[in-house]
Design a protein around this ligand. Sequence first.
Ligand code: SF4
Ligand code: SF4
Length: 330
Amino acid sequence: MPFARIAPRLLSGFFFFAAAAPLLAQQGAGRGAPSFWDALVRPRPLAMMILGLLAMVLLLTKTMRNGIKVPFLLLSTFLFGVAANLPVDTFKVFSMHPSPICAVTKPLIFGFRVPMFALGAVILFLTLVGPKLFCGWVCPVGAAQELIAMLADKLRIRRIKWNFTFTQAVRIGVFLLFVFLSMTAVHHVIRDGNKVAVSIYDSVNAFHGFKIEPHPSFWAGFLNYLPFVLTIALAFKTYRPYCYLVCPIGLFTNALEQVSLFRVSLKKPACNDCGDCVEKSPCPTVPEILKGSVLRPDCFSCTVCVNSCREQKALSFGVKRSYGIPTKLR
Ligand code: SF4
Ligand code: SF4
């Protein structure tokens, strides 16, 4: 991979963050809140950043095989999902608060808070570097669904591939409903005599399934865990149902991954059109990669398509070739 090709992109990314840093660093100043940088180097966002970048290295060096993939995904599920529930002080720093969904949606209701901003920056950075590195390798809900998908394959359970236009329409519809209901505070609670908008994502937040805590009633507990339980059950029948149908981060990162530095790329001359990658892959993305589409459905860098083309080596993780400018328009 020629360094000269990726250096300008790395530099532009660096300058973007460097330019934003002074503004971000002031967030929370004077209110007793941590600065952006303090929040960013806390154990949870820092560990997320390290694991995401480690995944990228393993993908680029072609060492992300199942023997590494499974422990990697189990580690993300444990650290960012389960650990904070254990009665061990060391793990309290991995608390689910703010959940990734809250980090990217609650600022619309309550304004920017530094910890949300820091988590949002981790998601943004990891998505701009590689193919949905946060969703693919760090997010505990994503990791749990990926593990279920692997288990379903082992058990030879036939999965349904959704049409991407349909899932994207549902995901956008949920987000627009959230924006409308939150901005108008139609969906609200009364606190201290004031109307306070409530996020509709609170009712469908699968991340809450990882928080083991008492609930005021059986029904409150049931509704809290339902999105997570449904996600896990559906993940046996379709790939990452929560990511494709509901999660707002899935929606944002799908927009961002179109300009990410690294992605699955195709060496057209090496492809013999055998169709193995399309058949074995769980996602709706591979046909679009083969067609050379400018806009792609979500790629969670699961490695299935790349590994299914071992002989021809037509697919690999590499630097995006036509960065920003479709080859045909050049
Ligand atoms: S789309 Fe949402 S649930 Fe899925 S991996 Fe990304 S952040 Fe996690
Ligand atoms: S099969 Fe290929 S295109 Fe689909 S999610 Fe996995 S790595 Fe991405």
